[in-house]
Design a protein around this ligand. Structure first.
Ligand code: HEC
Length: 139
């Protein structure tokens, strides 16, 4: 193998390793840990059992009858009490749900952890020079 090829090969391998390392190193960067991971995991099952995703989206994925709920937990003027009341009573378009205390608690933890994982609003994303996506402000 001639020298130029060798250098190119080593360079590309190094770049690949550097880039891969960077992606993995940054993967957990934004995670807040002020929620109970186990409870949030059970909450995800509650979310699935009651088919919330049939009408709601998380990070833009799901049904489109209701709004995206990724950041509803921290949305101004809303928060946990508002969410609980809305789930219990329902609205004209959303049926009310009769969750047990435990299910409600787990669901809140799930929504809290989802909220802490980032912002679903694409306007808060910027693309860096290396091609990665960063969040510059929480909406
Ligand atoms: C049949 C469709 C449907 C299902 C199923 C449904 N929702 Fe909704 N939801 C809606 C609609 C529509 C709205 C908007 C309500 C309105 O403005 O009247 C809404 C509103 C909400 C809101 C308020 C959002 C905001 O920004 O004010 C929350 C929180 C919510 N839903 C949570 C849930 C949860 C949790 C579940 C599962 C247990 C669920 N929803 C299941 C249709 C649904």
């Amino acid at each position: 193998m001639n020298l130029v090829l060798r250098i190119t090969y080593v360079l590309l391998c190094s770049l690949f390793i550097w880039y891969t390392f960077n992606i993995y190193a940054r993967a957990g960067e934004k995670r807040a840990d002020d929620f109970d991971t186990n409870k949030a995991a059970s909450g995800r099952l509650v979310w699935q059992n009651y088919n919330c995703q049939a009408c709601h989206q998380l990070y833009g994925l799901g049904g489109y009858l209701g709004p995206d709920l990724t950041n509803v937990y921290s949305a101004g003027g809303k928060g946990e009490d508002y969410i609980k009341a809305l789930i219990k009573s329902g609205t004209k378009q959303m049926p009310g749900f009769h969750l047990t205390e435990l299910e409600m608690e787990q669901l809140m933890e799930f929504l809290k952890s989802t909220d802490a994982s980032g912002s679903a609003d694409p306007r808060s994303f910027i693309t860096t020079r290396s091609g990665m996506i960063q969040q510059h402000a929480k909406q």
